[in-house]
Ligand binder design. Structure first.
Ligand code: SIN
Length: 285
């Protein structure tokens, strides 16, 4: 079987023409996984997935993470995190309303951050015939490879400190503050700034201004300046793909080689509802 894979005209991203509701044998899964590794972000249009099917497909990539903010887990399906600006009758958000508003890589604050995330669009906001709430992805392999030799030498062996509650540039976040127990479960964690992909062996930058609060062994002002410099480098347009959503899209991305940003250009009454599954990965090296 050869599954059609249509590369985007960008530094990453491809559409895979495939119905994920079908039973997927091992050979077919291997083809999908290869396309995923080759393109970093892949998307499947026009899907009709039950919660069970999304979970089943996601599990082919590894164990699923139950998000630390329990309030937004889908009732009966704790593997599915609701990402949404919709409010219930009590006026409370039904999902994480500010997920991804700064550039980040999912669950980088974990010792074993996410291998990949799968976001399934249930409702997409539209205004004047144009979809809103795009997601932008950056190819951090390409960003690493484009660094000068001097910068590569400068950052070799350095580790950046990632923190869950660090949300630089997002003020008044509506998400609940973590309890003391949840904070204890997510201590600051240092990961290499240049990480090696556990499946392909390729090197990528792994540092984001949204979640990194310092660099081990470096004075704070110098570290923050370097974090900002590398973050700004990663998000240069030539390294990015911007996904314009349609209801029924399932987009999955590789958290070891991409960072992403949810564009917040919509508000109620324009509704956005996504179901996210998150696959646990291995410790970065
Ligand atoms: C996320 O960062 O997981 C959410 C991205 C999005 O909602 O576009």
């Amino acid at each position: 079987m050869t599954i059609p894979v249509r590369k985007c005209d960008a530094a990453l991203g491809a559409e895979i023409v495939f119905d994920l509701a079908q039973t997927i044998d091992d050979a077919t899964f291997a083809e999908l996984e290869q396309a995923f590794h080759d393109n970093i972000v892949v998307f499947f249009r026009n899907q009709h997935l039950s919660n069970e099917k999304q979970i089943e497909f996601s599990r082919r990539f590894g164990e699923l993470e139950i998000h630390i903010v329990k309030k937004y887990l889908l009732a009966g399906y704790p593997e599915i995190l609701l990402v949404s600006n919709i409010k219930n009758e009590a006026g409370e958000h039904i999902g994480l309303a500010d997920a991804g508003f700064t550039w980040h890589s999912d669950t980088s604050y974990r010792r074993n951050p996410s291998r990949c995330s799968l976001l399934y669009a249930k409702e997409v906001p539209y205004r004047d015939g144009k979809a809103l709430g795009d997601t932008v992805f950056s190819n951090t392999i390409a960003a690493y490879e484009a660094l000068s030799a001097a910068t590569k030498r400068r950052i070799e062996g350095l580790t950046a400190i990632h923190r869950y509650s660090m949300r630089r540039r997002v003020d008044n976040s509506p998400r609940p503050k973590l309890t003391a127990a949840q904070l204890a479960e997510t201590p600051d964690i240092a990961h290499p700034i240049v990480r090696t992909h556990p499946y392909t062996g390729r090197k990528a930058l792994y540092i984001t201004a949204g979640e990194c609060i310092g660099i081990e062994g470096m004075p704070e002002d110098e570290a923050l300046a370097l974090i900002d410099e590398l973050d700004a480098h990663c998000i240069r347009p030539e390294f990015c793909y911007r996904h314009s959503w349609r209801a029924g899209d399932l987009v999955m991305w590789d958290n070891a080689t991409a960072m992403h940003l949810a564009v917040c250009d919509y508000a109620l009454p324009d509704r956005r509802l996504m179901h996210r599954t998150t696959v646990i990965g291995s410790q970065p090296f």
